[in-house]
Design a protein around this ligand. Structure first.
Ligand code: ATP
Ligand code: MG
Ligand code: FE
Length: 337
């Protein structure tokens, strides 16, 4: 069963063909990073127009790369939310048009569930249940996948998302957009123990997150040095900030897995491409006797292969989008209770 996925929730225009939810036949990602960089972040209206310019070409390329025609596609899958509304609408409108014109069923996919499902592409043998830490530009969520498409939210951020914190601190450090990868590069030359930035553990046993205090601590640290007339060693600031985030992310994910009574933990979302996070998580999971799964980096940031993967399970479950399918800027992942 071949599923064609479409993803346009933020600044990547992407289409991919996936076989039986596990095998990537093609994955085409047209990134708008170069377009948005001069504005220092994603400009929503510009993103929508870029998606509109690129979407049909990207879909054609995905089919060409897979060596398949539309007649081989059993199902279309599209991200319907959450994300930038104008950006989402381009993908949803395109998917509905293909579905109607070609008489191919369409299924709606949640962007976070797609990030989580990237793990099934990277590990074809993986099966639920497991706990997944989804860390991206807009989310920091601990999700228990009880069975396919059955989610329970175990924890979430009370303020900034992890990726958002990376992007904001990167900007303070004078790094270009997108901040996460640039900050990771700077941190590689620094000492993660140089500055003891705070870890927000919150209440005893909490699996929620908060990163606004850490963000303030970094800014205060830089301001204090500036007032004293000394200049900070930026690689140390970057490395110490990164260590503070990674510490909390990993320990809370392990705690959530223990509380849920599962032996498997997974990582997903754009921040999951951070090497320090991957290495530290791998080490700590092994120490705690948990199996640890993570997707390759190209499957962590936004892509349509993960959408097609999740879409396959919706297709099997008989879910279908109608031609009145809408896009949603805010869109909670429906709990299974
Ligand atoms: P969401 O998935 O919540 O809707 P999004 O789709 O914009 O948000 P993703 O594309 O999943 O987010 O991830 C982008 C985020 O990941 C950005 O905040 C970016 O800075 C961060 N990121 C990417 N690579 C790294 C890295 N190596 N280290 C840290 N952060 C990173
Ligand atoms: Mg992006
Ligand atoms: Fe994303």
């Amino acid at each position: 069963t071949w599923v064609l996925g479409i993803e346009t929730s933020c600044d990547e225009t992407s289409a991919a063909v996936v076989g039986d939810g596990r095998v990537i036949a093609s994955s085409v990602i047209s990134s708008q990073i170069a377009v948005h960089r001069r504005f220092g972040g994603v400009v929503p209206e510009v993103a929508s127009r870029q998606h509109l310019d690129r979407i049909t070409f990207v879909v054609d390329e995905a089919l060409k790369e897979a060596g398949l025609g539309f007649s081989s596609i059993s199902c279309l899958a599209v991200t319907v939310g959450p994300g930038l509304i104008g950006a989402l609408l381009v993908g949803v409108a395109a998917a509905k048009a293909y579905s109607y014109a070609l008489k191919i069923p369409l299924v709606p996919v949640h962007h976070l569930e797609a990030h989580l499902y990237a793990n099934f592409l990277a590990h074809p043998e993986l099966e639920p249940p497991f706990v997944c830490l989804v860390v991206s530009g807009g989310h920091t969520s601990l999700i228990l996948l009880q069975d396919h498409l059955k989610y329970r939210l175990l924890g979430a951020t009370r303020d900034d998302a992890a990726g958002e914190a990376f992007d904001k601190i990167a900007r303070v450090l004078g790094l270009p957009y997108p901040g996460g990868p640039a900050l990771e590069e700077l941190a590689a030359a620094g000492d993660p123990c140089a500055i003891p930035f705070p870890r927000a553990w919150l209440e005893e046993g909490s699996t929620d997150f908060s990163f606004s205090g850490l963000k303030t601590a970094v800014i205060n640290y830089l301001n204090r040095l500036r007032e004293e007339g000394t200049s900070p060693y930026l690689p140390d600031v970057a490395a110490s900030f990164q260590a503070a985030i990674v510490d909390v992310l990993v320990e809370k994910a392990l705690l959530a897995a223990k509380k849920a009574g599962v032996g498997k933990v997974a990582l997903a979302g754009g921040v999951a491409s951070n090497s320090t996070l991957r290495r530290h998580f791998e080490k700590r999971a092994a120490e705690e006797g948990l199996d640890f799964y993570f997707p390759e980096k190209r499957l962590c940031t936004d892509n349509a292969a993960m959408v097609a993967c999740a879409g396959y399970y919706h297709y099997l479950a008989g879910h279908r989008a109608s031609l009145s399918q809408e896009a949603f800027a805010h869109y909670p992942l429906v709990p299974c209770e």
